[in-house]
Design a protein around this ligand. Structure first.
Ligand code: 13P
Length: 252
């Protein structure tokens, strides 16, 4: 069966000092809650503090982006090797904020995914439609397209290290959560795209998360859906209580 993965995406929040403090407080509370994998994806500068604080705990550390080249003249970018050497295990790729504000395209999402997988990282690949695309009736088409584009040239074997996160853009940071039915449907489109590209067995084994205003109140209902295998959590991952409640919902 596929693994439930509860991952925080801190975005541009928390300093190194706050990172250490947060993880030290969280670790004893989530210890032993092993029905899900627990991941915190943190800003690059916070990675050393996060890795150090998470040592010996069941919290795994992720980054929020990775460059597709191994090295070179790419000012401001971070390579997969830099991440693995620093102790990072996961990386978020293609978040809608990167697509919206930093020129990320389906092509660069694919290249970053390949670089991450080839370096042994687990990729959390984000897809999602805007409100306009949903209202025009393109949700299924778009989710399938984004999923297939992101996973081009990925092997079936590498799919073991891929998580896809369905994050409807209209639900991110807005307080508007997709209904459990909408989340299940969107995740189902992602799974269908994986089945078309890699076959039913790979699709059944791939963790597909939901993200977008998931919190302590709605997590249980979302996670109860067949196609929702975890969450990618922004705002609520910055609060120990809320994040713990989501982990608890995944362990119920
Ligand atoms: P919020 O949980 O703050 O809506 O953010 C979701 C998200 O973008 C996670 O990657």
């Amino acid at each position: 069966m596929r693994k439930t993965v509860i991952a925080g995406n801190w975005k541009m929040n928390m300093t190194p000092a706050k990172t250490a403090e947060f993880i030290k407080a969280l670790a004893p509370i989530v210890a032993g809650k092993d029905k899900c994998d627990i991941v915190l994806c943190v800003p690059a500068i916070d990675i050393p503090a996060a890795v150090e604080a998470a040592k010996g705990t069941n919290i795994k550390i992720g980054a929020e982006n990775v460059h597709f080249k191994a090295s070179g003249a790419y000012t401001g970018e971070i390579s997969a090797e830099m991440l693995t050497e620093a102790g990072v295990e996961y990386v978020v790729i293609g978040h809608s904020e990167r697509r919206q504000y930093f020129g990320e395209t389906d092509k660069t999402v694919n290249l970053r995914t390949l670089a991450a997988l080839n370096a042994g990282l687990k990729a959390i690949v984000c897809v999602g439609e805007t409100l306009e695309e949903r209202e025009l009736g393109y949700t299924e088409t778009l989710l399938k397209y984004q999923t297939k584009m992101a996973l081009t040239n990925v092997t079936a074997e590498q799919m073991k290290n891929v998580i896809v996160a369905y994050e409807p853009v209209w639900a991110i940071g807005t307080g508007v959560t997709a209904t459990a039915e909408q989340a299940d449907e969107g995740n189902g489109y992602v799974r269908a795209a994986i089945a078309e590209a890699f076959g039913a067995d790979v699709a059944e084994a791939t963790t597909v998360q939901y993200g977008g205003s998931m919190n302590d109140k709605n997590a249980a209902e979302l996670l109860a859906k067949t196609n929702v295998d975890g969450g990618l959590i922004g705002g609520a991952s910055l609060k120990t209580d809320a994040f713990t409640a989501i982990v608890d919902a995944a362990n119920a």
